[in-house]
Design a protein around this ligand. Structure first.
Ligand code: COA
Length: 145
């Protein structure tokens, strides 16, 4: 297993195939919402348009292994999607992506359709849970930092 640090950079349209390939590693998993849902795919696509959305990529040894999408709502960077390639889990990839958003913006929020493991990750990164709601099969937690 690599001990190289995870690098984070902004994604461009040229990175979209790699990004969707990562989302697709979860096909068949509990997170099917993230790759099948056209709304999520559109969100990812428009994140490279330099509007109010941003796409960050995590790289390990030159390979894209994870990504995050966030939306600027005024001064607040709101993380809406974080996905790590299934075979690169538990190596700090998602944590590094979230840290990169925090390094770029003073106010950071997050609302992810997640299980308790993701909640634990945000708490470890200094976020606090300020709300929760449950419109779909998973609980949505709202965090701020
Ligand atoms: C959830 C997800 C983003 C975590 O990515 P990751 O790169 O593996 O996360 P990290 O390695 O940074 O984990 C940080 C911490 O989160 C928690 N965590 C992450 N995945 C976990 C799991 N499967 N079970 C329990 N805890 C978990 C742990 O506290 C972990 O710290 P530790 O490894 O020191 O114990 C990844 O599993 C994923 O992409 N899942 C599918 C998509 C999804 O559900 N995204 C979230 C909603 S947008």
């Amino acid at each position: 297993m690599s001990t190289d640090p995870v690098g984070v950079r902004e994604g461009t349209a040229a990175d979209l195939p790699a990004v969707f390939a990562i989302a697709d590693t979860w096909i068949g998993g509990k997170s099917k919402l993230y790759y099948q849902d056209n709304e999520q795919r559109a969100l990812i696509r428009t994140a490279v348009d330099k509007g109010n959305k941003r796409l960050l990529l995590a790289e390990l040894e030159g390979q894209v292994v994870g990504f995050a999408v966030y939306v600027m709502e005024g001064e607040v960077a709101f993380i809406t999607l974080v996905i790590t390639a299934r075979d690169h889990g538990r190596r700090g990839v998602a944590s590094e992506l979230i840290r990169a958003v925090v390094a770029r913006h003073t106010q950071v929020g997050a609302c992810n359709d997640v299980g308790p493991e993701m909640k634990q990750m945000y708490v470890k990164l200094g976020f606090r849970c300020i709300d929760k709601f449950q419109p779909g099969p998973y609980r949505n937690w709202v965090f701020e930092r």
